[in-house]
Design a protein around this ligand. Structure first.
Ligand code: PXL
Length: 278
């Protein structure tokens, strides 16, 4: 049966992140992608100044009512950058309109700090959205902030990573955790996936330049692969390989491109990994 996934995150008009990434990537996987935009921004908030923001929370109850009236439901819900005022509506959507996995990327922070507009109080609200999810995809910073802990970004070992995941699992009652941004040395970067009681790691080469939007690219590719029936670990590996290919292509095409990654040019890599094209 064909699948229809709902993704809830902002539309940053320019920025190669959130909806402008999720919609093309999940659609390219052959999965119908419905959208609920959380906000409309002129650009994303990292590296631009003077951006405009329109909060779309007021539309949420009207849209939910209409979907209920039309008996519209989804085979999965995937959320990214959302506002605190929307979390109760999103829980309602997950409870009443979703027949598939609840996949939460707790977008709020990276590299040890919150993004513009987010704080510890938001992290608590986000933890309540993560509660009972099928999959959450935090980076190391978000994982610590979901637990109300100080984040550790270097010098950690497997015990720290697996302890962090165990504490998340216990607090949030989630089935599967994909922890991104894990690195035990100077040359490799990857993920630790907790699924069915097991921890599995997958690494790729570390690309030294810091790109914006790679978390959204990663999560979108993960969702496409997962909804198509791959395991969380298999989906996580495919998403690592695709994201790294996109970063490399960006360096090859335009080393100075600063606000995002040319994920568009790497889509054939994703389709190939999924076995959609040879
Ligand atoms: O990539 C995460 C993200 C999504 N949307 C907006 C952002 C950010 C990160 O800064 O600013 C608007």
């Amino acid at each position: 049966m064909e699948k229809r996934v709902l993704t809830i995150q902002d539309a940053s008009c320019v920025g190669q992140c959130s909806l402008t990434v999720a919609l093309p990537i999940i659609s390219a996987c052959g999965v119908e992608t419905a959208v609920l935009p959380s906000a409309l921004l002129s650009t994303h908030t990292a590296g631009f100044t003077g951006f405009t923001v329109l909060d779309l929370t007021g539309e949420f109850p009207k849209i939910i009512e209409h979907w209920k009236k039309e008996k519209i439901s989804f085979d999965g819900v995937y959320t990214g950058y959302v506002l605190a005022s929307q979390i109760d509506y999103i829980k309602q959507i997950c409870d009443e309109l979703n027949n598939g996995p609840k996949i939460i990327d707790p977008v709020m922070a990276d590299h040890g700090s919150f993004y513009y507009g987010f704080d510890e109080k938001f992290a608590e609200k986000m933890a309540s959205l993560c509660y009972g999810a099928d999959v959450i995809l935090p980076n190391l910073t978000e994982a610590a902030f979901l637990l109300g802990e100080k984040c550790v970004l270097s010098g950690y070992d497997k015990d720290y990573i697996e302890g962090l995941i165990n504490r998340l699992k216990d607090k949030l009652n989630v089935k599967c955790i994909v922890l991104t941004g894990v690195s035990f040395d100077d040359d490799s970067l990857g993920v630790c996936v907790y699924e069915n009681g097991e921890f599995n790691y997958y690494f790729s080469e570390k690309i030294v330049r810091n790109f914006h939007g790679t978390g959204d690219i990663y999560s979108s590719a993960f969702v496409g692969a997962f909804v198509l029936g791959n395991s969380a670990f298999e989906s996580a590996k495919i998403a690592v390989d695709y994201t790294v290919a996109a970063m490399k292509l960006t360096l090859d095409y335009a080393n100075e491109h600063s606000y995002g990654v040319f994920f568009e040019k790497a889509l054939p890599v994703l389709l190939n990994k999924l076995g959609i094209t040879k």
